[in-house]
Design a protein around this ligand. Structure first.
Ligand SMILES: NC(=O)c1ccc[n+]([C@@H]2O[C@H](COP(=O)([O-])OP(=O)(O)OC[C@H]3O[C@@H](n4cnc5c(N)ncnc54)[C@H](O)[C@@H]3O)[C@@H](O)[C@H]2O)c1
Length: 280
């Protein structure tokens, strides 16, 4: 029998597409710590991804839901409660997609149709999930909900496009719903602001390799991996963090507090030495 920090807890994990997905790592770690899981993703992700392999390893049921469709979200949570035999303890929202990023349409030439889709999938889905859980009273007292964010919510990072706006909205929803859900049902809601990570969604961001290198050089502890993010999520699902709510928690090796580091400035200096132009 598995004994761990999440022994006896039950949770729904959104967003495991393949073994690179942060949600994949979170599901594995939560399962290793004793949790029982329902895994979910959109119909297209089920066709293109490998979520069924994860379900096999963790002995979980997979229930399809497009996070932009209210009826599918409601069906997901009703079915999850059937699987679990009642209310459950935690949720991971690990969903992000921007058609503007995918099609390389610059921020200053945005298509508003695309932008609305970005917000709908990457941020409003979080409200939809929380509103549905609240309506169905699906989460237990002292339950925990975590969504994954990025520092582009606070700072402008070249190439992140309208996803920065989506993350700002996501973090705001965590605070607004965190107040209501905490006050009425003692459920905590937080976002984790994760380092750039090599995943399918991450690879779509313009210049991601340089961004990963830059952020690693800037962070005193280096970039946080998907596995390390999973550890942090498990701590937030556990009973050890029961009074943490309405927070955006940076999990980025210190990046968000840095201005310039030795490692980054050395690299910057090298680029001047190699440059033949007069203007340094
Ligand atoms: N990779 C990074 O650099 C990084 C950094 C910080 C935060 N994040 C965030 O982490 C989360 C997970 O992304 P990831 O990097 O693991 O990439 P990923 O591509 O593995 O995961 C994104 C998931 O969103 C799902 N999704 C997209 N549209 C959906 C819809 N309509 N309904 C339901 N699910 C839908 C996809 O199927 C996929 O599983 C995202 O919110 C992302 O913004 C990623």
């Amino acid at each position: 029998m598995r004994e761990g920090l999440l022994q006896g807890k039950k949770g729904v994990i959104f967003g495991a597409l393949n073994d690179k997905s942060i949600a994949w790592h979170v599901a594995l770690k939560a399962w290793e710590e004793g949790a029982e899981l329902v895994l979910t993703n959109s119909p297209v992700a089920l066709r293109l991804g490998t979520i069924n392999e994860l379900a096999k390893i963790t002995g979980s049921k997979v229930i399809t839901a497009d996070a932009t469709k209210m009826d599918e979200i409601e069906n997901l949570f009703s079915q999850s409660m059937d699987v679990f035999g009642g209310k459950f303890d935690f949720i991971l929202h690990s969903i992000g997609m921007s058609p503007n990023v995918r099609k390389d349409i610059p921020y200053e030439q945005t298509s508003y149709e695309n932008m609305l889709k970005t917000f709908d999938i990457s941020a409003l889905s979080f409200h939809r999930i929380l509103q549905t859980c609240y309506k169905l009273d699906a989460l237990k007292e002292w339950g925990s909900v975590v969504a994954l964010s990025y520092v582009a919510a606070q700072r402008t990072l070249s190439g992140y496009n309208d996803m920065g706006d989506a993350k700002a909205l996501l973090e705001s929803i965590a605070r607004s719903f965190g107040y209501i859900y905490g006050r009425e049902r003692k459920v905590r809601i937080n976002t984790i602001s994760q380092s750039p990570t090599v995943t399918t969604a991450g690879s779509g961001v313009h210049g991601i390799d340089s961004l990963i290198d830059y952020s690693d050089r800037m962070s005193p502890l280096g970039n946080a991996t998907a596995g390390e993010c999973a550890d942090y999520c498990v701590s937030l699902f556990s009973d050890l963090t029961r009074k943490v709510t309405m927070q955006n928690l940076f999990h980025d090796g210190g990046f968000s507090s840095m201005g310039m580091s030795n490692r980054a400035i050395e690299q910057y200096q090298k680029s001047f030495e190699e440059c033949e132009c007069k203007d340094k």
